[in-house]
Design a protein around this ligand. Sequence first.
Ligand SMILES: NC(=O)c1ccc[n+]([C@@H]2O[C@H](COP(=O)([O-])OP(=O)(O)OC[C@H]3O[C@@H](n4cnc5c(N)ncnc54)[C@H](OP(=O)(O)O)[C@@H]3O)[C@@H](O)[C@H]2O)c1
Length: 257
Amino acid sequence: MTKGWALITGASSGLGREFARLAAADGWNLVISARRTEELDALAAELSTDVVVVTADLSQPGAADTLWDQASDGRDIDLLVNNAGIGVHGRFATAGNARERGSVALNVVAHTELLQRALFDFRERGVRGQVLNVASLAAVMPAPSMAIYHASKAYVLSLSDAVHYECKRDGITVTALCPGPTRTGFFDAAGLDKTWLTTVMPMPTADTVAAAGWRALKSGKRSVTPGLMPKIIAFSARLTPRGLLSRMNGFFWGRRN
Ligand SMILES: NC(=O)c1ccc[n+]([C@@H]2O[C@H](COP(=O)([O-])OP(=O)(O)OC[C@H]3O[C@@H](n4cnc5c(N)ncnc54)[C@H](OP(=O)(O)O)[C@@H]3O)[C@@H](O)[C@H]2O)c1
């Protein structure tokens, strides 16, 4: 029996692709989105539920609204996985390039717009909708060389936590997923080959991390940080002075030659 329609962004690879597999296995029909149509089509062919592919570059102005309009045209979307996001590696003061600004447009602006469209729609229809916002362990600490990325994920987590409580009375759940480093296309896309962080941190696979996020979504939790090491880091970050945290992260995000 199908459960209705779910919209999953960033479904062409990594965590998003795994969320699509989990959602389909749970009986959801899917609208899957990203920029790479071929990857989305291949995923659609693999899944056993109804799947609609919408190609979109969410870093472009108005793209999130257009995606929501296309996704909900003739369908009621009851679940949003707000997953698409990128990191850009490099010094903030020497960058100022389109890619960094695009990461803010994607990670912050499009994320916010989609979340708001979904919640407005759920409330208007009186449905107990569900949202999974993909934040990051990066949300709890600043990081030189990945300054915009960490700041963008701090925004996502803060927004998600607050909206979780706002939505409770409507029976709508908003869950934030805060993974540590995970084996996906993220590091290649960020222009990171070998850093200390990716060398010393154990990296779980995308399916393990997505499954933890999916369980948290289903139980309506406020947030989840999968894995023991990321949980310890998140806890320690709260007790560590921000200056020291920043210096440590500057080292971990530094390139290894
Ligand atoms: N991997 C990690 O270590 C890690 C840790 C914590 C949090 N996260 C978060 O997890 C989420 C998923 O990332 P991932 O790790 O699965 O990396 P990934 O494999 O690189 O997936 C990123 C997804 O976002 C899509 N995307 C990128 N730019 C886009 C744009 N402008 N418009 C629309 N879609 C776009 C990509 O599709 P196209 O390229 O086809 O557009 C892809 O499907 C991100 O929000 C990331 O910040 C990742």
